[in-house]
Design a protein around this ligand. Structure first.
Ligand SMILES: Nc1ncnc2c1ncn2[C@@H]1O[C@H](COP(=O)(O)OP(=O)(O)O)[C@@H](O)[C@H]1O
Ligand SMILES: [Mg+2]
Length: 359
């Protein structure tokens, strides 16, 4: 249980044990989460991990099976969707086809009873924010996918909801446009200070945008933290594998009589450190490609044949077969010498570059 929110320093959003089942199927196990004012939190995870379910319960579109939800310290669990101060942006823009761009953006303001002078002013500001001033009079069908999504963003940001929820808002766009829109969303976040909960299954998008990532798997939170922490200190093999490229050596713990601990893996015995490791426990050692060096270093090393050399522009990736069906990815920066295909090489890393995780 999280502490009850106190009046002064309370989170914008507190998810207190929210859970959802559909009959016997568990869509989300009891989940606790606090989102700070102005934070950009991303729910990241594979398809079916419960991201949309959690977001929809925050929006009020889906009623929880159990748990409570607080916004600014108020219990809003029973508040209907239209009374929650929340903005939504989904993958499919759902603009009104019969309204112009300016009318679409002004719609939520009109619903809230603002004067037409105020609406005009705020719509102009929002149009400028997403650089669509010149298209104010167009209809949605006269816009590209990216432009339509920018209108949807402007329509959401314009009325300054307490919390903005976005469910894969860039999912329908091609890669280049998606990257461009990521910058726009980040920029909007900076300019408005909005609290944003963003859903994606794209780990690069999550790393690029978020203050914190809430990594989800099998209907629960796997790990939550700032992008650099989840990348550098994953707690499970799933987290290491889902975010970035990982080399994962699975094996069993061998506690030596001399106090030294090793992991017996298919690629050899690797030195590990850790408290309370049980002899014979299954664990995994994670080493990121950029931490692996070519050549011997004494202790933390494996040998294998170069199976693949992949040129990726800013780097070259080597795939080295260190055991049957086990390949290690190594990053080599431009200008560094490359081994030959099939060559038998030694790979090593510094002890502090390896992270011990549960398998
Ligand atoms: N209306 C529903 N009825 C039954 N099962 C559902 C419903 N909505 C979601 N689920 C199930 O809940 C799980 C989580 O779904 P969802 O939250 O949509 O995942 P994600 O957004 O991470 O892809 C999935 O197994 C999905 O099939
Ligand atoms: Mg979803």
């Amino acid at each position: 249980m999280l502490a009850k929110p106190d009046q002064a320093n309370q989170p914008k959003l507190l998810v207190d044990g929210l859970a959802k089942s559909y009959g016997p199927a568990v869509a989300l196990k009891p989940t606790h989460l606090a989102v700070e004012p102005g934070e950009f939190l991303t729910l990241l995870g594979p398809s079916g991990s419960g991201k949309t379910t959690l977001l929809q319960m925050v929006s009020g579109l889906v009623a929880p099976t159990q748990g409570r939800l607080f916004i600014d310290g108020r219990d809003e669990t029973q508040t209907p969707v239209h009374k929650r101060d929340i903005g939504l942006v989904f993958q499919h823009y759902a603009l009104f086809p019969h309204l112009t761009v300016a009318e679409n953006i002004g719609f939520p303001l009109k619903m809230r009873g603002l004067s037409s002078a105020d609406i005009q002013k705020q719509v102009a500001g929002a149009l400028e924010m997403v650089q669509l001033g010149h298209l104010a009079g167009r209809f949605p069908r006269e816009l590209s996918g990216g432009q339509q999504q920018r209108v949807a963003l402007a329509r959401c940001f314009v009325y300054k909801p307490a919390i903005i929820l976005m469910d894969e808002p860039l999912g329908a766009l091609d890669k280049k446009l998606r990257e461009h829109m990521q910058f726009e969303i980040k920029d909007l976040h900076r300019k408005t200070g909005a609290t944003i909960i963003y859903v994606t299954h794209d780990q690069e998008e999550a790393l690029a945008l978020s203050d914190r990532i809430c990594l989800m798997n099998h209907a629960r939170v796997e790990q939550i933290g700032p992008p650099h922490e989840i990348y550098a200190r994953p707690r499970t093999a799933f987290a290491a594998d889902f975010i970035g490229i990982s080399n994962i050596f699975r094996g069993r713990v061998e506690c030596g009589a001399d106090g030294a601990t090793h992991l017996a893996t298919a690629s050899g015995r690797l030195r590990i450190d850790g408290d309370n490791l049980a002899n014979d426990a299954e664990m995994a050692l994670v080493v990121r490609p950029e931490h692996i060096e070519l050549g011997s270093a004494g202790e933390n090393e494996v040998r294998g044949n170069v199976a693949e050399i992949v040129y990726a522009g800013s780097e070259t990736r080597l795939l080295v077969e260190v055991a049957a069906d086990e390949r290690v990815t190594v990053r080599v920066l431009p200008g560094k010498p490359l081994p030959k295909l099939g060559e038998n090489i030694t790979l090593s890393w510094k002890p502090e570059a390896a992270v011990l995780v549960t398998p």
